[in-house]
Design a protein around this ligand. Structure first.
Ligand code: FE2
Ligand code: FE2
Length: 331
């Protein structure tokens, strides 16, 4: 028997399962242990173990408990339920019981999966699904920009294109909120989030063995990689994306202040703020990711590397990056 979840949905130990949350689980086989609060004895006991099958009557009973606010799960199980909730992101805006680090994890899973689907099949349908989740994230951040501190803690180390895209987006978003002091417009947030997510879209056209090399590239490999900019822009044009923020992020994230970048070898003022911001976020996310030929560097080292490279990276932004990384929150 566990303790009474006296503060209801805000309990430290339990998360109350509303009918909406319950609906995100498979009906007859809940993925997590379910607990029921018994008001007559003031205690919470386990109803069923995760993965066990509920009978039809059991299912109806569980649905009733949820209606009455008596159904709970353990917060410690959140990695399991996060997978399920990531398919119903809108719940994060209406349910009040989630803790910010749970929400951050659920957003990460959802966006990584949506991004992987879109990269796999970049069509209007998968783009629409991605856009829907991006709008929910924008709303969530717009309500309270301070929430981004939890999101930047969820970066993953894998160097998979979907993970890299989400990591880049979270860092870029945090930078942007710092830069603007949190005074942001929702539509701009949506565009920036999409731009950061899509920055490397054209990479799907580059053979993976060349993408993974990074070092010891022969000239032909380098040209092939550099073409990911044009390839990505062509792909979004076909998807009828014309938003300048998205296009700048895709077009300029490899431009460097000293003119050593690509594709247009722009200098200083020729690179927009969005382009500079995407460059810092993208490079940081690449450095902290695991690559086939080297393991990931830690975040403090990544910040030092970029802050020490004032010739190529905007130092006002790398200073903000240092602040963002210092203020990440885990709990
Ligand atoms: Fe790129
Ligand atoms: Fe990138």
């Amino acid at each position: 028997m566990a303790e009474h979840p006296d503060s209801g949905a805000l309990s430290e130990t339990y998360l109350q399962i509303s009918p909406n949350i319950l609906a995100s689980f498979p009906k007859f086989r809940p993925p997590v242990d379910l607990y029921v609060f018994d008001p007559s004895v003031g205690r919470t006991g386990r109803y069923i173990r995760g993965g066990e099958r509920l009978s039809r009557d059991g299912q109806a009973e569980v649905a009733r408990y949820a209606e009455e606010g008596l159904l709970y799960l353990l917060r410690d199980d959140y990695r399991i339920y996060a997978e399920h909730l990531s398919r119903k992101l809108g719940l994060l805006l209406v349910e009040e019981g989630f803790q910010p680090q749970e929400v951050a994890e659920i957003f990460f899973i959802a966006l990584r999966n949506r991004m992987a689907e879109f990269l796999n099949q970049p069509t209007e349908d998968t783009l629409e699904a991605l856009r829907t989740d991006v709008a929910i994230l924008a709303e969530y951040i717009w309500i309270d920009p301070g929430r981004v501190a939890f999101l930047t803690h969820t970066l993953e180390r894998d160097y998979d294109l979907a993970v890299h895209s989400v990591n880049t987006m979270l860092i870029g978003l945090a930078l942007y909120l710092r830069l603007t002091g949190g005074k942001v417009e929702k539509t701009v947030l949506i565009s920036l989030i999409l731009g950061l997510l899509l920055h490397d879209l054209g990479m799907v056209m580059v053979p993976k063995f060349i993408r993974d090399k990074e070092r010891y590239l022969v000239r032909r490999d380098r040209e092939s990689i550099e073409r990911h900019i044009e390839a990505g822009l062509n792909m979004v044009r076909r998807l009828k994306i014309q938003d300048p923020i998205i296009l700048e992020c895709m077009d300029q994230h490899h431009e460097r202040l000293d003119g050593s970048g690509y594709p247009a070898r722009r200098f200083d003022g020729g690179i927009s703020t969005t382009g500079r911001l995407c460059a810092v976020a993208d490079s940081f996310s690449a450095i902290v990711g695991d690559r086939p030929h080297r393991s990931a560097r830690d975040t403090a080292e990544a910040v030092r590397m970029l802050a020490g490279d004032g010739k190529r990276y905007d130092q006002a932004l790398t200073a903000l990056l240092a602040q963002v990384m210092a203020e990440r929150v885990t709990a």
